[in-house]
Design a binder for this molecule. Structure first.
Ligand code: MN
Length: 261
């Protein structure tokens, strides 16, 4: 297998080293990762600045862009041929529930999905110490499974692994995204030169504890495996919003409709 590995914590993060170590057991590994931490950039791509790729070693590049940039540039320019699998992580911290909308780790994997490849985002959930070496057998188990079975079209896996300081490991669970809310605190401070700045806090988290939700499963000691996809379309809302399909302008309106039906 040929595997492309990226992350959002940056090229120097220990979680990336850990994922690369495991991925090498399955074949040839290429790394394209952000040159600095890019956590929270979601699926952003860089369109207004040049991207510079620095070769750090054979098959390993640090890119001055986002995780989605890394996968796009990796697949379409840096790699000698198309890989079979895209992996992102292992993230330093959880990507649970609504986190998947903000996560650069998920964004990188999702770019792989959009490019038609099976993809997995890995995150390690810990209260503090992040034992990446400890989580390697779990990462190995998931990659082994993904290599053996094909992934449904257009779907990627979001995997969260609870470290022993969260709960003793009990197994794997297929989950849905749970509800997870951050406190809405904004920190207002003054910098050393007298300028005011704001920093998004959100340090206190409340989350759903239902056992079938990713947020609940990890606290019971289960590796949470959630299928996610780039299609955000709310199909179930179509009947309730059907009126938009026949909406008209008032007769006395300045704007007129030329009769589009
Ligand atoms: Mn991160």
């Amino acid at each position: 297998m040929r595997i492309l590995v990226t992350n959002d914590d940056g090229i120097l993060s220990p979680g990336l080293d850990s994922l690369v170590r495991v991925a090498r057991r399955f074949g040839e590994v290429f790394v394209v990762a952000p040159d600095v931490e890019r956590s929270g950039v979601s699926h952003a791509i860089t369109l207004t600045e040049p991207l510079r790729a620095r070769e750090m070693g054979p098959g390993c590049w640090a890119l001055s862009g986002t995780p989605a940039d890394c996968v796009f540039i990796g697949l379409n320019h840096l790699l000698p041929s198309r890989p079979d699998l895209v992996l992102a992580g292992v993230n330093r911290g959880p990507n649970l529930g609504f986190d998947v909308l903000y996560s650069g780790t998920v964004g990188g994997a999702m770019e792989g999905t959009i490019q038609g490849l099976p993809a997995v985002a890995f995150s390690l959930v810990s209260a503090g110490t992040f034992p990446f070496a400890w989580s390697e057998p779990v990462v190995d188990r998931i990659i082994r499974d993904v290599a053996a079975h094909s992934m449904p079209d257009g779907v990627m896996l979001n995997v969260n692994i609870p470290a022993p300081d969260v709960a003793p490991l009990r197994g794997f669970r297929l989950t849905r995204l749970g509800n997870r809310f951050y406190s809405s605190d904004v920190i207002h401070r003054t910098d050393p030169r007298g300028g005011e700045y704001l920093w998004i806090g959100g340090t206190r988290v409340t989350m759903e504890s239902a056992p079938d939700a990713d947020t609940g499963a990890i606290h019971e000691g289960f590796v949470s495996v959630t299928p996610v996809k780039p299609d955000l379309m709310a199909r179930e809302a179509m009947p309730a919003l059907a009126r938009y399909d026949a909406m008209t302008m008032p007769p006395d309106s300045a704007a007129s409709l030329e009769g589009n039906r």
